[in-house]
Design a protein around this ligand. Structure first.
Ligand SMILES: NC(=O)c1ccc[n+]([C@@H]2O[C@H](COP(=O)([O-])OP(=O)(O)OC[C@H]3O[C@@H](n4cnc5c(N)ncnc54)[C@H](OP(=O)(O)O)[C@@H]3O)[C@@H](O)[C@H]2O)c1
Length: 333
């Protein structure tokens, strides 16, 4: 079977495609025939040894897949051959067959195709946990989303609307803001691509304040970081929640903590991967809620492009180059 392999850390061009032996399931594992593998920002980081998880070489990037169960190992209780599942593997997803622990797979509802299923869990799981558990967002509150046409950003736009918030989308181009509006954002703004000058940072704060009726954001969803974080924090409302989701701009911002004091706001960390392991029961309840929202037509990943397995490097470069709208997915079979 074919696998995209990272044999040395570096940019996507360093990845190779090779034939590797088909896996056999160990105790508690299943083997999936992978149908689709979503591309997420952590895949760009993990191949450069810049992510918090550092698998030993060689490995395949690809944190989440969808597929059909082909083999089950000893002791597997809840999954059988033929089941359609989403697999949250962390890495090793960009390959035709994948061995994965039973606990890391979820059934796919009949209404969901494989491409959509592969693109669903990480982005919607993260944004749902962020808005519901971490921000405890309330209907009528104003949610400002940065990187609003990206994977987790667009999920936050849809979920914010589904939770009754007024959603304001920020992104680096008119096209991207339009994608967010097409997915329910009430308003939007374009910010510069960065790095931002002091004047541009001031303008960003003022834009957010203006679009929130002078109040500032009740909840600010930030998967971008870099030069955007401090001006966004300066545009928080009293009692607001600033969600630290990611650092797609590259730099981890260092913000003046007096801003949290002056605004009476909270700076709240979001780590969905850790939450799924540490708070299993709440995670499973969230999954049920997300699948219900999908079945009710309230949320649906925007897959703007699909690629073949052999085109993995191209797909990763699109993401690293800030070009993706919504999600891109590798169609593996
Ligand atoms: N905390 C968690 O539990 C969790 C879970 C999943 C992902 N994440 C993190 O969330 C971030 C976004 O992930 P994603 O999968 O949604 O990625 P994505 O689809 O690529 O979206 C990221 C967005 O960031 C913006 N951006 C700003 N500067 C960028 C740059 N230099 N390169 C690329 N994008 C840039 C882009 O929007 P504009 O061009 O409009 O600015 C882009 O749409 C990543 O840092 C990821 O590691 C965190």
């Amino acid at each position: 079977m074919k696998a995209v392999l990272c044999k040395e850390f570096g940019p996507p061009e360093k990845l190779v495609i090779e034939d590797v032996p088909s896996p056999e399931p160990k105790e508690g594992e299943v083997v999936l025939d992978v149908h689709a593998a979503a591309v997420n920002f952590p895949d760009v980081l993990i191949i450069q040894n810049l992510y918090q998880f550092k698998p030993p070489l060689p490995f395949s990037p690809g944190g989440e897949v969808s597929g059909q169960v082909a083999k089950v190992g000893a002791g597997v209780k809840n999954v059988k051959v033929g089941d359609r599942v989403i697999g949250s593997c962390g890495w090793n997803g960009f390959r035709e067959e994948l061995a994965i622990e039973e606990a890391r797979v979820q059934p796919i509802p009949d209404e969901m195709d494989y491409v959509t299923a592969s693109a669903f869990l990480m982005t919607y799981g993260t944004s749902h946990h962020a808005l519901k558990d971490r921000a405890q967002i309330k209907p009528g509150e104003t949610l400002v989303v940065l990187g609003a046409a990206g994977g987790v950003g667009l999920a936050a736009v849809e979920l914010g609307k589904a939770m009754g918030a007024k959603v304001i989308a920020g992104a680096s181009s008119e096209d991207k803001v339009q994608v967010a509006k097409d997915h329910g954002a009430d308003d939007g703004f374009v910010y510069p691509s960065g790095p931002l000058s002091k004047d541009q940072q001031k303008e960003l704060s003022e834009t957010i304040k203006k679009l929130t009726g002078g109040q500032g954001a009740d909840v600010l969803y930030d998967p971008v970081g870099g030069d955007y974080a401090e001006p966004a924090l300066r545009a928080m409302n009293w009692d607001g929640r600033y969600l630290v989701v990611g650092f797609a701009a590259g730099d981890i911002p260092k913000v003046p903590l007096n801003l949290a004091l002056l605004k009476g706001c909270q700076i709240v960390g979001v780590f969905w991967g850790a939450f799924t392991g540490r708070e299993r029961a709440r995670h499973e309840e969230n999954l049920r809620e997300l699948m219900d929202l999908f079945k009710a037509g309230k949320v649906k990943p925007h897959v703007s492009k699909t690629y073949k397995l052999e085109e993995a490097a191209e797909a990763l470069n699109e993401m690293a180059g800030r070009k993706v709208k919504g999600k891109v997915v590798l169609k593996v079979r």
